[in-house]
Ligand binder design. Sequence first.
Ligand code: FAD
Length: 465
Amino acid sequence: MTLTRRTLLKGSAGAAALASLPGCGDPTPTLPQGGPGFRPGEPVPWRNWAGTAWCQPSARLAPADEAGVVDALAQAGPGGVRPVGAGHSFSSLVPTDGALLSLDALTGLGEVDDGARTAWVWAGTRLGQLGPMLEGRGQAMPNLPDIDYQALGGALATSTHGTGTRHGSLSSFVDALVLATPGGELLECDAEQNTEVFQAARCSLGSLGVMTRARLRNRTPFQARESTRFAPIEELLEQAAERARQYEFWEFYAFPHASVGMEIRTEETDAPASPPEPEEPSALSSIRDLAMFLVQLGRPGVAVLDSMLAGQAPSEKVGRSYRVLAHTRNDRFHEMEYTVPAEAGIDCLREILETIRRERIPVVFPIEFRYVAADDIWLSMFEGRAGASISIHQFNDLDYRPYFNQIEPIFWKYEGRPHWGKLHTLDAPRLAERYPHWQAFQEVRRQLDPSGRMLNAHLREVLGA
Ligand SMILES: Cc1cc2nc3c(=O)[nH]c(=O)nc-3n(C[C@H](O)[C@H](O)[C@H](O)COP(=O)(O)OP(=O)(O)OC[C@H]3O[C@@H](n4cnc5c(N)ncnc54)[C@H](O)[C@@H]3O)c2cc1C
């Protein structure tokens, strides 16, 4: 989110109080000290961005080309092999005692079709590198997630998404891909060839092999304007469906306990780019102690929090789409996200907010609400139904479990499907109920990897293999 310390504190009643509170200085995000340390002679241990998953792989592989990926898969030892992108998943998709295979050496554009406006992209390319590359060839991705640190292969493996009723997840932009299989083949897949593999591999959790490249359906480059405003949460809840239809990219954040929310709408524009924003620490980390204190005071404290939020001036940012749609994250956190059917999204969010208030759950991290279009990808959270994706977060130095455990059953009540890359507690039998093409996916997985060399403990649990 674009909330900065400067905008949040400007003119707010809490600014003076804030300065005097302990722990309210500039935050330095810290990782928990989980996982093995470096041991000479062994590969460097791996840990994810959030510090929720780690491993000591027996080998780290970074093949230089597509043939090298096939060789690496063939040579990986009995401990198996896991592809890794940028390590930005919260769930334990990546950890392995076997070989960790990175596509960091396979980046950039392959063949570009100007007429069809498609481009082959190597799967190790970070989304943040991709925007300027595509613009140089007269193309842009139609949408982006909140951040752009992910590798393309990692983002596609979990059906990573942005917001907008007219846009599916990034996986839905793929119209062909190449998969290096555990059996040593390079399979090109699209709607005409290897179609079942195509349906499975556009969101595969890295369980089918290694995607080396994908062909993306793009659009022409565009300038975007992001407008942020604070509004009564009731207004945002009531108008959500209508405003999401009105604006191509629309979302909002609900502040737990408060009656004010933050709307972010992004539109195409011809306006000139705004000056670069100054680097500053996140407002959220800066005010968390104060906000927590106010929330724990009960009604009078929440009234102060409301007035702080309501007093925020609207803000705007204009620039190239890939600079505006993706953001920098200065807070480190844990996250759970479920996608419920779009039409149930607001009811589900209302129940979450009511539960937080009723149970006095001590949380101040805003809840993100986004709409995403339906697709036909077997394990995509948006398969067969347009979705409302609701994300709850907790600062990563606080225990997220009591909060997430209270909220997760609400997502289940609304037929939620968890984001594969975020925290959840569902196992294979309960996930299978949520995906009509579950068995078809399993069939493809068994054919491509009969001995389960691509699986780790987490995948065995969520895929039931
Ligand atoms: C701060 C933050 C913000 C986020 N914002 C969003 C958001 O706005 N929207 C959203 O949907 N998600 C979001 N996420 C989640 C994130 O996009 C996903 O978890 C994504 O999968 C991470 O990509 P990665 O490159 O880091 O992959 P990793 O986490 O390294 O790996 C993810 C999966 O991809 C597999 N994989 C990686 N490369 C390949 C390959 N070449 N072939 C096959 N499989 C492969 C891995 O085996 C693993 O199963 C966010 C995460 C963080 C930490």
